[in-house]
Ligand binder design. Structure first.
Ligand SMILES: *Cc1c(COP(=O)(O)O)cnc(C)c1O
Length: 409
């Protein structure tokens, strides 16, 4: 008899975005004429930059000719892409990395979900609340979180509440933790940490020999000076942090798939006797065993993001989304809403009016303004009473949505 992995049975039943889709479908059946605007799912709408498209076409042609055909590439990515990543994303910020500290992959979701495999099952993990669900769910699947309790939280996870009072910045844990997931700029709150604030986490990790799993998928959206783009800008982080990055939101790669993870050689975890093991060779071992690399045309396309035209084109796309963010943020503020984020991130996190439940606000917004957002409760108990709107829509829809919220709610 095949036994099921019972840890999977602990996962919350309906995935957030399927529940949203279900409600939208039902509403459409009842209101076929409604002009629905979706500012819910965190997916981009602008097409790939032209520099990327041209580069990918060339690479596909190469794959179709005998002389230039390529089969399997290196599992951890081609050097031509890794060099560009280091030269463009890290060296200008004073961060030096070796080629073999960068691992190219098909997604930051993949990597943030898989990285926990390197840790023992009895590690305690900390996540901010609200949180990007992948960090929690992947650890549930691995059996690291214990049973779920009445608050729909897992007994062995340390939740770090991000509240109005603490400005949506997670407090240091009260009890010792081993693995710390941080995401800045944050999805869903859109908030960032300063260098000083991030330094506290690096110091905590050094003192406790914990590891920070830092998700920087939105670093390209940072506008303000002084906000760290990489955790490796913080002194000492090379000993305690791993960083996840992605071309998805930065360059419109959500449907194309390319990301990368930085694993410095100094980052170590310990065996039962206290002997230290570098995570870098373990991640290489994991990737070379379970992954055969990102396709050549996609890596060529990703490398083109760093060409002068590519850089100019992605800046235009990011500016477009960040202008949407400004329109949402200011429009909501003027309409009397309390809002967070939207300055260094494409997400606006708003407090629901009159302490309304976040699903209740979802239904109200859908019915009265025909605008779809994401209920905060979908990101954890701490998201109840909040709501997320994304800046990834078109300009026209963004303006229309805010106008409707202003006049119809
Ligand atoms: C969108 C997103 C990612 C990127 O995932 P990909 O798999 O690279 O598309 C990673 N982390 C967070 C928090 C995200 O919102």
């Amino acid at each position: 008899m095949a036994h099921v992995n019972e840890d999977y049975l602990k996962l919350p039943g309906s995935y957030l975005f399927s529940e949203i889709a279900r409600r939208v479908t039902q509403f459409k059946i009842e209101n076929p004429q409604a002009d629905i605007i979706k500012l819910g799912i965190g997916d981009v709408t602008r097409p790939l930059p032209q520099a990327v498209v041209e580069a990918m076409k060339g690479a596909v042609e190469e794959m179709g000719r005998q002389e230039t055909f390529r089969g399997y590439g290196p599992e951890q990515g081609y050097d031509f892409l890794i060099k560009k990543i280091i030269e463009n994303d890290f060296l200008p910020r004073g961060v030096e990395l070796a080629l073999d500290e960068v691992f190219v992959s098909d997604g930051a979701k993949t990597d943030t979900g898989n990285f926990q495999e390197l840790f023992a099952q009895d590690n305690i993990l900390a996540v901010s609340d609200p949180v990007y669900p992948v960090y929690v769910d992947s650890n549930v699947m691995a059996g690291r979180t214990g049973p779920v309790n009445q608050n729909k939280q897992f007994d062995k996870i340390v939740y770090l509440p991000c509240t109005e009072e603490n400005g949506m910045k997670p407090p240091l844990p009260q009890t010792r933790v081993d693995m710390i997931y941080l995401c800045f700029p944050n999805n869903p709150t859109g908030m960032t940490l300063s260098k000083e604030e991030l330094k506290k986490w690096v110091d905590y990790a050094k003192e406790n020999r914990s590891i920070i799993l830092f998700d920087a998928a939105y670093e390209a959206f940072i506008r303000e000076e002084g906000v760290p783009h990489s955790i490796f800008e913080i002194e000492g982080a090379r000993e305690v942090a791993v960083e996840f990055r992605s071309f998805s939101k930065t360059a419109g790669f959500t449907g194309t798939r390319c990301a990368y993870t930085i694993v410095p050689k100094e980052v170590k975890a310990y065996d039962a006797k206290g002997k230290a093991y570098s995570l870098n060779p373990l991640w290489l071992r994991r990737q070379t065993t379970k992954f055969n690399g990102v396709s050549y045309p996609v890596q060529v396309g990703a490398a083109a993001v760093f060409s002068p035209e590519g850089q100019k084109q992605i800046k235009e796309i990011i500016n477009y989304y960040m202008e949407n963010a400004r329109i949402i943020r200011e429009g909501l503020k003027n309409a009397g809403y309390q809002v967070f984020g939207g300055i260094n991130a494409p997400y606006i996190w708003l407090k629901t009016p009159g302490n309304m439940g976040s699903w209740e606000f979802f239904d109200k917004l859908m019915k009265e303004a025909n605008v779809i957002g994401t209920p905060g409760a979908g990101f954890g108990a701490g998201g109840e009473g909040y709501f997320r709107l994304t800046a990834f829509g078109t300009r026209e829809n963004t303006e229309k949505a805010i106008e409707r919220i202003r006049t119809k709610l």
